[in-house]
Write a protein that binds this ligand. Structure first.
Ligand code: FES
Ligand code: FES
Length: 159
């Protein structure tokens, strides 16, 4: 049995047939060929699959695709032209916030949310905010420093 859903993916209206049991991450990767969303734990713990649903970060491995009928989904590919994501990509590169890159799409989506929501976050708050995203390579220091770099640059530019 399949269900017809219509949703907006990265600004593009899409109608598709999905099984009610298909998770959003699998739907995006396998049916929409948007492989920027990564799957790690597949049970809502590691954050690798983080994307935006109606602008809010969400775990796509524990979200059914049918639950996104009528909603707007933004993957890391959809943030290509987003200025905050662009600043973060540069900062992750400059601060060595990635090694293998597996966690990076989810990290960027989550970090963008922190930058937009918590402009005055200190390093401890950044760590708390990012605690739902796991990285096996970096030890997190580079990731925190990257977010710190973007927040500091924004304050400098504003002041
Ligand atoms: S793959 Fe979704 S939280 Fe780990
Ligand atoms: S860079 Fe490898 S898991 Fe984070």
């Amino acid at each position: 049995m399949t269900k017809t859903i219509t949703l907006t993916i990265n600004g593009r209206r899409v109608t598709a047939q999905v099984s009610p049991r298909t998770h959003l991450a699998d739907f995006l990767r396998e049916q929409q060929l948007l492989t920027g969303t990564h799957l790690g734990c597949e049970h809502g713990v590691c954050g690798a699959c983080t994307l935006l649903i109606d602008g809010q970060p969400a775990r796509s491995c524990i979200t059914y695709a049918v639950a996104c009928d009528g909603r707007a989904v933004t993957t890391v590919e959809g943030l290509d032209a987003d200025p905050t994501a662009a600043e973060l990509r540069d900062a992750f590169s400059a601060e060595h916030g990635l090694q293998c890159g597996f966690c990076t799409p989810g990290m960027l989506v989550a970090a963008r949310d922190v930058v937009l929501r918590k402009p005055d976050a200190d390093d401890r708050q950044i760590r708390v905010e990012m605690s739902g995203n796991l990285c096996r390579c970096t030890g997190y220091v580079g990731i925190v420093n990257a977010i710190r770099r973007v927040l500091d640059a924004r304050k400098t530019n504003a002041g």
